[in-house]
Design a protein around this ligand. Structure first.
Ligand code: URA
Length: 210
């Protein structure tokens, strides 16, 4: 099985992405654009949610109307840059439950190490959307999804802003059942693990830490 990779080419998303890539875009604008893009990507990633109906009364008559079926979905932000997308997704789906996955890279082994993990209950019955703007090596994404699955998640989707081919390959190998939704598939990773052409360090661009 291979991951289903969806590249969302909507003009609004592509325009905002170009502004985010531009090194002259300032921190506050970058953060605002990432939030807006999170909202637009959320629209796409929830396209196939199961639906049911319920009876309601409009001011004119009764009708059977569509509503989303199943328990509230869960979002899992991969710290820290995931929070930039998370805010936008939450604007569109305010009732979603929210978890956080904190991972850092061990400088010796270069493997992701967990430092924080707090997720909603009943993950197994919910659609879980993991969010991280940059799918670079894919190591953090794969490790985060490992942790979510260990916590019971069975239906996971991954949302990012930019993906590198290496990250998509890593996720396909580790979690072929997890569809990926992104705004762009870039060319490659450089020797430091940055996506090229990319947009730099998403966390630093969001919070002005460099
Ligand atoms: N993380 C980032 O923030 N940027 C990259 O290019 C790769 C990983």
């Amino acid at each position: 099985m291979t991951n289903q990779l969806t590249i969302v080419k909507h003009p609004l998303i592509q325009h905002k992405l170009t502004l985010m890539r531009d090194r002259s875009t300032q921190t506050s604008v970058f953060r605002q654009l990432l939030r807006e893009t999170g909202k637009l990507l959320a629209f796409e990633i929830t396209r196939e949610l199961p639906m049911t109906t319920k009876r309601i009364e409009t001011p004119l008559c009764e009708m059977t109307a569509p509503v989303i079926d199943g328990p509230k979905l869960a979002l899992a932000s991969i710290l820290r840059a995931g929070n930039g997308l998370l805010d936008g997704v939450l604007e569109l789906i305010p009732s979603a439950r929210v978890g956080f996955v904190g991972l850092y890279r061990d400088e010796k082994t270069l493997k992701p190490v967990q430092y924080y993990f707090k997720v909603p209950v009943d993950l197994g019955s919910r659609l879980v959307i993991a969010v991280d703007p940059m799918l670079a090596t894919g190591n953090s994404a794969a490790a985060a999804v490992d942790l979510l699955k260990k916590a019971g998640a069975r239906n996971v989707r991954f949302m990012c802003l930019l993906a590198a081919p290496e990250g998509v390959a890593r996720m396909t190998e580790a979690h072929p059942d997890v569809p990926i939704v992104t705004a762009a598939l870039d060319d490659r990773l450089n020797e430091s693990g940055y996506i090229v052409p990319g947009l730099g360090d998403a966390g630093d661009r969001m919070y002005g830490t460099k």
